[in-house]
Design a protein around this ligand. Structure first.
Ligand SMILES: N[C@@H](CCC(=O)N[C@@H](CS)C(=O)NCC(=O)O)C(=O)O
Length: 207
């Protein structure tokens, strides 16, 4: 049974959605970021950066236990472990990786900056606007991409969809003012959001 340590942020939701979509057995350990649970000695022993998510797989490579951090590494690991959501032809497709890593680095990073600055007592508006404009630029890129392909990574469902969905979900829920109209993303968002694994993944009362 895998242990997942996470909070319902874009990085945490990504890992939980992947576990629910692959159907692996796991136990969810919610980490309360507001209370600083990610800085406890016990948690830092698992993830010295004090960030979520973290998984512990007692049945890791060579049957040995493995503790793994970094949401995209966790998605890639679970896809490899189960043979789901990353077929061989995508695993070797650099365009797929370019776009998938851009979700994890550019989009998630910029969304985190917007949320962090927005929570400050006196947010610096020009900085917020700059990050907001960047986020919109990225959304437009993805909207264009999904005019030509059905899903985020390719014409088939993959880890890219489970990486991207929580970013759009959190942006629309928390900072809708920074989300431009994107009809191709809307079409994709509705389909991915209707999947039972994704719905369970978003629900932190289950897991
Ligand atoms: N690159 C890391 C980023 C992880 C990350 O920044 N997690 C945030 C939540 S989305 C966190 O734990 N923040 C707590 C903090 O910064 O104290 C990943 O993809 O897992």
């Amino acid at each position: 049974m895998i242990d997942l340590y996470a909070a319902p942020t874009s990085n945490g939701l990504r890992a939980k959605i992947m576990l629910d979509e692959t159907g692996l057995d796991y136990t969810l350990h919610p980490v309360n970021l507001l209370e600083g649970a990610n800085k406890s000695e016990e948690y830092l022993a698992l993830n010295p950066m004090g960030l979520i998510p973290t998984i512990i797989d007692p049945d890791g490579p060579d049957g040995k236990p493995m503790t793994l951090t970094q949401s995209m590494t966790i998605l890639t690991y679970l896809a490899t472990k189960t043979g789901k959501f990353m077929p061989d032809h995508l695993a070797m497709d650099m365009i797929f990786w370019r776009n998938t890593m851009s979700i994890a680095t550019d989009m998630t990073g910029v969304l985190m900056a917007i949320l962090t600055i927005g929570r400050m007592e006196n947010p610096h508006q020009p900085t917020l606007d700059d990050f907001g404009a960047r986020f919109n630029r990225y959304l437009k890129y993805w909207n264009g991409l999904m005019a030509d392909q059905k899903y985020a990574g390719a014409d088939e469902i993959s880890i890219a969809d489970f990486a991207f969905y929580p970013v759009v979900y959190r942006a629309r829920a928390v900072v809708p003012q920074f989300t431009v109209e994107c009809p191709n993303i809307d079409r994709w968002y509705e389909e991915i959001g209707a999947r039972s694994g994704v719905q369970k993944g978003l629900d932190f009362s289950q897991g």
